[in-house]
Design a protein around this ligand. Structure first.
Ligand code: PLP
Length: 338
């Protein structure tokens, strides 16, 4: 038994998901003829109360397309210093859109309206044009922290008032909503564009959906083609996405519960110094001076447990669909023996 806690992207399709994929009706989606892709796009859009959706190979692509559509070269996007669009998309903000990031230091990845308002540039020739605000929910690099609607609302109002685009990197939005018990529709109302990932906690093999107005998605579709993301019989993958939305959203609570259980185990271990609050399915913690993350990683790997080193002393675990109670018992045993 291999226990893989590196990411919630490591899941394999379930039997039910594979069946849905095998039975998908497909066509050439570049010609707009794949009915399963269209069904996934419409279903996702309706879920968030948006007009249209666009199925893409990855969350990096949905985010990058959104940035491209919302901005012009030379503009800037406001985001938290921990954000995925800044840290983990290969410099795509500048590479793809010729845009720079204005980084704010939020509360574990969560920035607020006052900070953002102070960071928006005035309309002078010599200042960079602020054309986009991007939030991430949950925040991956900040240990799965989440925003409530009440926290995001004032930012949405500010964006509207200043006529600045408002994007949500919602790779794990369903994890956030699992905790806040707020709705997808409330989320959809706030943002101009939303990226959701099907291949994280929802367990699909690949794929993300970008949501927005019909006009926005029309532009996004053109950019997707330019970025090389026009897929042909993608309905096989979209079918996995539809299955994930129908079957794997409510079970996210289990992942959060198991993360909490891991937290309580970590708290008993003398070689662990500091654990970030565990808000959803991500744990980030520091090891004390007696062991570094490379040695810790090796010890776990010797026991068939995979993890992500997040720094010299810092470790990340992520719970997911393929992490079971049986694995939790085994993990506890190994952690206590380190
Ligand atoms: C995983 C992730 C993405 C998208 O990643 P892909 O691997 O390109 O699908 C975007 N934002 C966040 C916060 C993520 O965790």
């Amino acid at each position: 038994m291999i226990i893989d806690l590196r990411s919630d992207t490591v899941t394999k399709p379930t039997k039910g998901m594979l069946e849905a994929m095998m039975n998908a009706k497909v066509g050439d989606d570049v010609f707009g003829e794949d009915e399963t892709v269209i069904a996934l796009e419409q279903k996702s859009a309706a879920l968030f109360g948006k007009e249209a959706g666009l199925f893409c190979p990855s969350g990096t692509m949905t985010n990058q397309i959104a940035i491209k559509v919302h901005t012009q070269p030379g503009d800037e996007v406001i985001c938290d210093v921990n954000s995925h669009i800044y840290n983990y998309e290969g410099g795509g903000i500048s590479f793809n859109s010729g845009v720079q990031a204005k980084l704010l230091q939020g509360d574990r990845g969560r920035i607020n309206a006052e900070q953002i308002e102070a960071a928006i540039n005035g309309d002078f020739d010599w200042l960079t044009k602020t054309s986009l605000i991007s939030l991430e929910n949950t925040v991956n690099r900040a240990g799965g922290s989440y925003y409530t609607i009440a926290q995001m609302q004032p930012i949405g109002e500010l964006a509207k008032q200043k006529k600045i685009g408002f994007h949500l990197d919602g790779a794990r939005i369903f994890n956030a909503l699992t905790e806040t018990k707020e709705s997808t529709k409330q989320t959809g109302e706030l943002f101009d564009s939303i990226s959701i990932c099907l291949s994280k906690g929802l367990g699909a093999p690949t794929g993300s959906v970008l949501l927005g107005t019909k006009e926005f998605i029309k532009k996004a579709r053109r950019v997707r083609k330019v970025f090389g993301g026009g897929m042909r019989q993608a309905g096989f993958l979209a079918a996995a996405g539809i299955y994930a939305l129908d079957n794997h959203v409510t079970r996210l609570k289990e992942d959060h519960d198991r993360a909490k259980k891991i937290e309580s185990i970590l708290k008993q271990l003398s070689y662990i110094d500091n654990i970030m609050p565990v808000d959803s399915n991500i744990l980030i913690f520091d090891l004390n001076k007696n062991i570094n993350s490379a040695d810790f990683e090796k010890k776990l790997l010797d026991n068939k447990i995979k993890m992500a080193a997040f720094g010299k002393q810092t470790v990340r675990f992520v719970t997911h669909l393929d992490f079971t109670d049986e694995m939790l018992v085994q993990l506890e045993k190994v952690l206590k023996a380190v």
